[in-house]
Design a protein around this ligand. Structure first.
Ligand code: CTP
Ligand code: MG
Length: 538
């Protein structure tokens, strides 16, 4: 679709509709570009932030009457969107059409009176409703993977576990609520989500990475006049930017710990390479990491988002590999010597660049296609790449997801990890600059290895699992070709075999599985995947 003139395409479509229709028709035309091309990440984020600013989060009794609840809230203005979800109780996210409705609602809320406890009188957009009831269903229908072709199995897995519209809105709302806390010190700040919450590869239950952005504060770029009077702020000076980041995070961390309702387990991890504050936000159920001054990570998020939007196979493959890795304990929610999801994603991108013809361009190619508005240098690192989708022409590659998944496992089963480094900037492996077991060059901070934490035994496990999974997929393929697959609805096959933990625990486990119904096994496996994701990070 991309590459064809959208206006010509639109006119052709209208002509066809008019020609075929015997009755009068109304044709609604969307402005060019709106339907055809994906939004840029910054447009998408601006829309989401706007929604979040107009939203409130309300804890509701378990059987609130939805109609009454909406009628009650509508007194403060029109409601754009609302939904309920469960996390330590039932919550409602309500987005008003106008910001002043939120102010009006907050004005009508009371500070609770309690007898034996004290309150920190911090007013936020997290409220509690009393005397109502509602029934909310968050049940998700588990896909019957067994009866599907591998390509469809991959699609079903992605559909089931990708972030929903609601979950995504909730992530922006939590950022917006946290902004209210940080705004006590920095009224013009913004809190932006990054990482898998917005890069298109997030799975339900993934952490919420947030970045306190102080670049939006006015005054950075004021140039004093060459002559005459001018004023500038007096500001405290410190000896390094890192020190500024640490002290800001330390203070915001204290506020979150002491004042922010619903927030528990605050840890300040200020001596890390990238200082952060980690905490659990109970009303949303999100494990949160707050960083500051982390603009390169924002750029890598944008790059991953761009790659994911270029071709639908990118997201599906990354998603499947992430699920596979989680099912086998290749990745973990606990920090350690495991391969991270970010590293895995870069490995998938590299593999897709190495296809013949390549499915996605190299980062150097994206850099060459960049326009002046894309120029970006952060702390001396060149972070420039084209963000205009219409400038990026893709080569025609018709590989199926089944082929790609099988070849991904084969590719990394054979990859010369001991000598070579993975490099998505060049789209070619490079000699390793240092002796880490797994070397994946950071796309923007090119002297860094994004998988520095990975030890030899974790890498060996990954390679062994790739070998096994490549073999299992070949078996499925051979069975299908011979037409001897038996009953697909009772025997795990294709992607389903790859996700079954029994394959790595050994024969004993496999025997046990034979006794259960296959669909039950898949169902429980999918549940396990979901639960694993929802475990809080320690
Ligand atoms: N990041 C980076 N360099 C690293 C690690 C992370 O630039 N060495 C950036 C990436 O943009 C990454 C984001 O920080 O997406 C968040 O890191 P992390 O939470 O570890 O990864 P996610 O992609 O969010 O995946 P997950 O779902 O596991 O949280
Ligand atoms: Mg993350």
């Amino acid at each position: 679709m991309r590459g064809r003139n959208p206006v010509v395409k639109c006119l052709n479509t209208i002509e066809t509709i008019l020609r075929r229709s015997e009755k009068p028709v109304i044709v609604v035309v969307f402005p060019p570009g709106e339907k055809d091309e994906p939004k840029s990440l910054s447009e998408l984020m601006a829309d989401r932030q706007e929604q979040a600013e107009k939203s409130v989060l309300i804890s509701c009794p378990s059987r609130t009457n939805e109609k009454k609840f909406l009628k009650f809230l509508s007194k403060h203005g029109d409601i754009n969107k609302h939904f309920f979800y469960e996390s330590y109780g039932v919550y409602a996210v309500v987005e008003f059409a106008r910001r002043d409705s939120v102010a009006s609602l907050l004005e009508s809320a009371a500070i609770p009176s309690v007898n034996h406890e004290c309150m920190v009188p911090f007013k936020s957009r997290l409220l509690s409703l009393s005397n109502q009831s509602l029934a909310a269903s968050t049940d998700r229908i588990l896909p019957a993977l067994m009866s599907l072709q591998v390509d469809d199995q991959i699609g079903a897995l992605t559909e089931t576990y990708q972030l929903t519209e609601e979950n995504s809105r909730l992530r922006f709302l939590v950022c917006s609520l946290l902004k209210d806390v940080a705004a006590a010190y920095f009224p013009e700040c913004t809190i932006r989500p990054f990482g898998s919450s917005v890069n298109g590869f997030g799975k339900l239950g993934c952490d919420l990475d947030m970045f306190l952005d102080l670049d939006s504060i006015s005054g950075w770029n004021f140039k004093p006049p060459k002559s005459g009077l001018s004023l500038e702020y007096q500001m405290k000076r410190t000896n390094s930017e890192r020190h500024v980041t640490q002290s800001i995070l330390s203070v915001i961390g204290e506020c979150v710990d002491h004042f922010w309702p619903g927030c528990v387990g605050v840890q300040k991890i200020l001596n890390a390479r990238c200082p952060l504050v980690r905490f659990a936000h109970q009303p949303s159920g999100f494990q949160c990491d707050l960083t500051a001054n982390n603009r390169v990570a924002m750029k890598s998020t944008e790059l991953l988002y761009l790659y994911g939007e270029l071709d639908p196979r990118v997201r599906s493959l990354v998603f499947t590999v992430r699920c596979w890795a989680r099912a086998h304990g290749v990745t973990s929610s606990i920090p350690g010597a495991w391969i991270t999801n970010f590293s895995l994603t870069v490995m998938v991108l590299f593999f897709l660049q190495k296809r013949s013809p390549p499915i996605i361009p190299t980062l150097d190619r994206l850099r060459d296609l960049a326009g002046p508005a894309d120029e970006s240098v952060i702390e001396g690192n060149d972070c420039t790449f084209a963000t205009d989708f219409s400038k990026i022409q893709l080569q025609s590659n018709t590989d199926t997801l089944e082929q790609l998944l099988g070849d991904f496992f084969e590719f990394y089963a054979m990859f010369p990890f001991s000598r070579m480094s993975i490099n998505i900037r060049k789209g070619r492996e490079q000699n390793k600059p240092e002796m880490a077991p797994l070397h994946i060059q950071n796309p923007f901070e090119t002297s860094l290895n994004v998988s520095k934490n990975v030890n030899t035994s974790q890498l060996d496990r990954f390679v062994a699992l790739c070998q096994e999974s490549a073999w299992l997929l070949q078996q499925s393929e051979t069975r299908t070709q011979r037409g001897s697959s038996g009953n697909r609805t009772t025997t795990p096959w294709g992607l389903a075999t790859l996700l079954l933990p029994s394959k790595v625990v050994g024969i004993k486990g496999r025997k046990k599985y034979k006794k259960e119904g296959a669909s039950e096994r898949i169902k429980s496996l999918l549940e396990t995947l979901k639960n694993k994701n929802e475990e809080p990070k320690s």
